[in-house]
Every structure is written in structure tokens, then in C-alpha cells.
Design a protein around this ligand. Sequence first.
Ligand SMILES: [Cu+2]
Length: 97
Amino acid sequence: MHMPKATAQPGKAVAAKTVAIKNFAFAPAAVKVPVGTTVTWTNTDEEPHTVSATSGPFRSGTLMTGATYRYTFTKPGKYRYLCTIHPFMLGTVVVTQ
Ligand SMILES: [Cu+2]
């Protein structure tokens, strides 16, 4: 059986600086931005979520419906993050030089 690939593969970073939080997922789940970019997350769900780096510098606190969180990436690297309320929600920001 040949299954179609999911459109939002966490490993495939797309160029974007806005991330929606919807249906208990980050969309897109992986983004790639140049250093110095401010990334904005917006919670469009009815549930609260967080944007929390797994071993890194940013931590949004609880985002209620409609709330946004912004973080400016000043160092290149790969930043993994999750929602601490729903730890199955995973995302990645790749920051290029
Ligand atoms: Cu969540």
C-alpha cells in the first residue's frame, strides 16, 4: 500500500515567519528563517497552548485563544519547541546565517 505523504513533515522546513497554532498542531510545523527574523505564533484554537523551546531561549507562557507570541532569533541553529500543555505538539525553527 502506497500512502501519500503528509503535507506538514516536521523535517521539511518551509520559509515562513508566522506560525499558526490550530487543531493541536503548529502550522507549518517546521520553518526556516534568516538570522534576525522575528517569528510570530498565533493561537487560533479554543484551547490554551504554549510555545516552549525544548532546550533553548524562548518560552511563551500560556497563550489563550487569539493570543500571539513573538521571538527574534539572533543566533543560527535548529530550535525545537513544543506545547508544554500538549507535549505531542512539536515544532522546529531553523535559523540560517
Ligand atoms: Cu497545546
